[in-house]
Design a protein around this ligand. Structure first.
Ligand SMILES: C[S@@+](CC[C@H](N)C(=O)[O-])C[C@H]1O[C@@H](n2cnc3c(N)ncnc32)[C@H](O)[C@@H]1O
Length: 395
């Protein structure tokens, strides 16, 4: 751990927490492995470190907080002897043109090193934030929705397993990972590198178990015309195309359409890609599809571990805005379903505001649709992520 690494880590944190940047994009500015480890370390204990910073510093300016969080992370986790950490933090502040506050940092970090702070006890204000490493409004949402099981659900949302879908023999999968564990639709494998070669050859791809079950909920698609309204990066489109659907994949962001094209090419399959805002009517699409999938943009709280940056920056108002967008999309895209056809609505979140409430409202205004199947899956800690899917049929 060097001053430069701390400086880089603090700069990445400033982008993510101050400017709402995505972590994976902000991290590109930090070249060293050390800086990446520091950023991930701070993210894992974000609420705890902020709590300690608030207790030990009377007031800390926003532009200094990222440095403080990295310094506190190093001290609390004893990543090096205190003198080494203190020197590296001082060097980082000099790099950042903030050398004048070195003394203040040394005083605070010394207190942290001596554990001169207290943490909230269970039931006290601030406890939930530190316990779950989530903002209090979000813990409040989990508590409201799952009063008896919120702790288990949040803890399970942190546990993630790598799931793959195979387009090759079981022998080939077993050769890559002898311990691959079969699921309804694919395999859990050891880690992301396990199927590297098969991935490059388009013989296997990473796709969460939940995502595959959303596609399965669509029923038989062989030979049918399928519209994926919010398709990028393309996982579900490609899965449905592999099952024999004639898939049209739309997304509102042109650069994300390129991801679908690349995905389809790697997986040796064909989908028709089209730029299309799912809230805007396309007269060419009216009653033109046997199956319409609305895998809508959502808060993504079916799994948390990969998305700490999103958790930090998301607000309750975002969830309300998302639920409005989701209603707009389903209300618009339902007109693309042919009579007798299927409309699938799905999210990768567990909150009913974005799931059941959206569908109830939709069905009450669209008597021509009947609900055939509805499932809310909760993260189970064994590889199942939280998500929601329902299938409706147009009468
Ligand atoms: C949950 S993701 C879809 C994931 C995708 N179905 C898959 O399995 O790979 C939601 C997608 O909706 C897109 N999106 C957001 N607003 C949209 C809109 N108004 N119209 C169409 N697509 C939109 C986003 O760009 C994002 O790619």
């Amino acid at each position: 751990m060097t001053g430069k690494e701390i400086y880089d880590a603090a700069s990445v944190l400033a982008e993510v927490t101050g400017k709402g940047a995505y972590l994976n994009i902000a991290l590109k500015k930090a070249t060293g492995r050390g800086a990446h480890m520091l950023v991930y370390g701070v993210m894992e204990k974000y609420c705890l470190l902020n709590r300690i910073a608030d207790e030990l510093c009377d007031k800390i300016k926003n532009n200094l907080r990222p440095y403080m969080l990295v310094g506190l992370y190093c001290v609390v986790n004893k990543v090096a002897p205190f003198a080494v950490i203190n020197k590296a933090v001082s060097d980082a502040l000099t790099y950042g043109g903030k050398g004048a506050v070195k003394g203040f940092f040394t005083a605070v970090l010394t207190k942290a090193d001596r554990a001169e702070y207290s943490l909230p006890a269970p039931g006290k204000k601030g406890y939930d934030e530190v316990r779950f490493n989530l903002p209090s409004w979000l813990v409040g949402m989990y508590k409201k929705e799952f009063p008896d099981s919120y702790a288990e659900i949040i803890d399970n949302s942190e546990k993630h397993r790598v799931h793959i879908v195979a387009c090759c023999s079981e022998e080939e999968i077993r050769a890559a990972d002898p311990y691959a564990e079969k699921t309804q639709t694919g395999y859990f494998v050891k880690n992301g590198e396990t199927i590297g070669k098969l991935f490059e050859q388009g013989k296997a791809t990473y796709m969460s178990l939940g995502s595959t079950l959303v596609c399965e909920a669509a029923g038989e698609v062989k030979g049918k015309k399928v519209l994926d309204c919010c398709a990028a990066p393309g996982g579900k489109s490609i899965y449905l195309a592999k099952k024999g659907g004639k898939v049209t994949s739309c997304d509102v962001y042109p650069h994300r359409l390129r991801l679908i094209e690349a995905y389809a090419k790697r997986m040796n399959t064909v989908v028709t890609v089209r730029e299309q805002d799912a809230t805007k009517k396309n007269s060419d699409f009216l009653s033109a599809f046997d199956t319409v999938l609305c895998d809508v943009p959502c808060s993504g709280f079916g799994v948390i571990d990969k998305k700490r940056d999103i958790v930090i920056n998301r607000t309750y108002d975002d969830i309300i805005a998302l639920s409005e967008l989701q209603s707009e999309i389903i209300n618009n895209c339902c007109d693309y379903v042919v009579k007798g056809g299927v409309l699938v609505y799905s999210t990768c979140t567990v909150f009913s505001l974005e799931n059941e409430r959206v569908v109830e409202k939709f069905l009450s205004g669209h008597k021509e649709f009947t609900l055939e199947e509805e499932h809310r899956y909760l993260p189970d800690g064994k590889g199942m992520e939280g998500f929601y899917v329902c299938r409706m049929r147009k009468n």
